[in-house]
Design a protein around this ligand. Structure first.
Ligand SMILES: Cc1cc2nc3c(=O)[nH]c(=O)nc-3n(C[C@H](O)[C@H](O)[C@H](O)COP(=O)(O)OP(=O)(O)OC[C@H]3O[C@@H](n4cnc5c(N)ncnc54)[C@H](O)[C@@H]3O)c2cc1C
Length: 439
């Protein structure tokens, strides 16, 4: 019999959202998950499944039953011929990479961190960059889902096709994702080249940058013209790094946190901090090469608030409008970087890239020593610009959108709603974040 705990407090990675679930479960098997759902049905409770708890919003919060998937984290099968791996949805990507390494396999693209689970990254539409690459959920070829009544659906392009189209970006609202089969590629190394540029240069030559590098992205330093361009491309070179541990990590981390904290009393320092750190850390060309997962991901040490919307085109105009807004409102301060990434369109019903190639524009406000920095004006102005350019918000990251917005943003929203209502007629898997999305 599955054993639950009372009195557990859940907090997301950035400690920006938390909750006290009535009961906290860590099932070790499919049967135990089914037991929790049966209890929830009997007692009329809400259920929220949580993976790595990295989402910077309340999407993973609940005051009902919480199911933590950390003990359902095995690699179940590796099909070397098809280059596919089937995993339990609670596996952390950080534990999956060495297993794939052993078999000479890799995922073709990853987000910035790997302390996240397979079920969680597809739940929120996690993405990286590379205009020929889709969001991570496009690597899913099959999954199994336990619905509110305890039934298990096997979903793929050929089985329960419509549920599959919905469940690859599931928001945690369709049921418990039990297993996921991922299409891999042969293991590969990447070379990362980082070099300085300007906003004008990168925007004038966007097409050429996109052609030059498979995984191109850039960082813009608000309150300045400075840009850092990052190319990541396949290489045969052995692992190497020209980054300086002392400057890039030690000084960068401690000094930045201290200066950002100081700027909470003197906000006018933020522009200066952005320019100073660009000069200190980003004016030198740097090259690193390593196994793909070691280049795609990095250790993110700063707790932060973020927003990240996907717009279909007109990257230049949207970014210049954001810059103009900051220039017109000197009291609105913006931490660096604004990270700009590019992603191929797909056919997943609630993917922010549904039916369109997209540009993601991630804005950030750090929390130096855990202190919140005012961000509302920046956030609202950014959201207004993103909406104007047809944007769709990242599901994991806090936004102010409601059902009315999503109906306009997503042509397939009614279809997703119909599937959700059929699979979960009583709304067992809803929480307050999801109620804003669906009601
Ligand atoms: C430092 C940092 C860096 C990040 N970098 C990126 C990035 O580069 N690109 C990007 O797109 N995002 C990024 N994110 C966001 C992150 O990828 C997403 O929040 C992702 O969903 C986190 O996975 P998780 O396992 O922590 O999911 P959680 O936050 O635990 O859950 C996310 C959603 O999935 C649901 N869920 C999880 N597992 C299951 C399951 N088995 N069954 C049903 N529902 C489930 C939850 O209920 C919730 O709705 C970053 C976040 C942080 C903190």
């Amino acid at each position: 019999m599955v054993h639950g705990h009372k009195g557990v407090r859940f907090q997301n990675w950035a400690r920006t959202y938390g909750c006290c679930p009535e009961m906290y479960y860590q099932p070790t098997s499919v049967e135990e998950v089914r037991e929790v759902l049966a209890l929830a049905r009997q007692q009329n409770k809400k259920v929220k499944v949580v993976g790595g708890g990295h989402s910077p919003s309340d999407i993973a919060c609940t005051d009902g039953f919480m199911i933590h998937m950390g003990k359902m984290n095995r690699v179940l099968q590796v099909n070397k011929e098809k280059k596919q791996v089937t995993v339990e949805a609670g596996i952390l990507l950080t534990d999956l990479h060495p297993q794939l390494d052993k078999h000479g396999l890799a995922l073709s693209n990853l987000g910035a961190v790997s302390d996240v689970t397979a079920g969680g990254v597809i739940g929120s539409g996690t993405h990286n960059t590379g205009i020929k690459h889709g969001i991570l959920a496009t690597q899913v070829v099959a999954l199994t889902l336990m619905t509110a009544d305890g039934a298990i659906l096997e979903c793929s392009e050929s089985s329960n096709t419509e549920v599959f189209q919905a469940a690859r970006v599931h928001l945690g609202c369709l049921g418990v994702i039990l297993t996921i089969t991922l299409q891999c590629v042969p293991q590969f190394h990447l070379q990362e080249t980082t070099f300085p540029s300007t906003l004008k240069e990168v925007l004038d030559n966007l097409e050429s940058h996109l052609k030059k590098s498979e995984y191109f992205r850039f960082l813009w330093f608000p309150h300045s013209e400075n840009v850092s361009i990052i190319y990541q491309d396949h290489t045969n070179k052995p692992p190497s790094s020209s980054a300086s541990w002392f400057w890039d990590y030690a000084v960068g981390f401690y000094l930045l946190e201290f200066l950002l904290w100081t700027s909470t009393f003197l906000p006018c320092l933020v522009g200066w901090i952005n320019r100073f750190f660009f000069w200190l850390l980003f004016t030198r060309k740097k090259e690193n090469s390593n196994l793909s997962h070691k280049i795609f991901t990095y250790e993110c040490r700063f707790k932060q608030h973020v927003q990240d919307w996907a717009i279909p085109e007109k990257t230049e105009e949207a970014l210049l409008e954001l810059k103009a807004m900051l220039e017109a409102h000197p009291k609105v301060v913006a931490h660096y970087p604004v990270e700009v990434r590019f992603t191929r369109g797909d056919d997943i019903l609630l993917s922010p890239c549904f039916q369109r190639d997209s540009c993601y524009m991630n804005i950030i406000m750090y929390r130096p020593y855990g202190k919140d920095v005012p961000r509302l004006d920046y956030w609202l102005a950014y959201e207004t610009i993103m909406k104007k350019f047809g944007g769709r918000p990242h599901w994991a990251k806090a936004h102010n959108c409601t059902r009315k917005d999503f109906e306009k943003m997503y042509p397939a929203f009614p279809k997703f709603c119909a599937i959700r209502e059929k699979l979960d007629p009583t709304g067992m898997f809803l929480n307050s974040y999801l109620e804003k999305v669906f009601y």
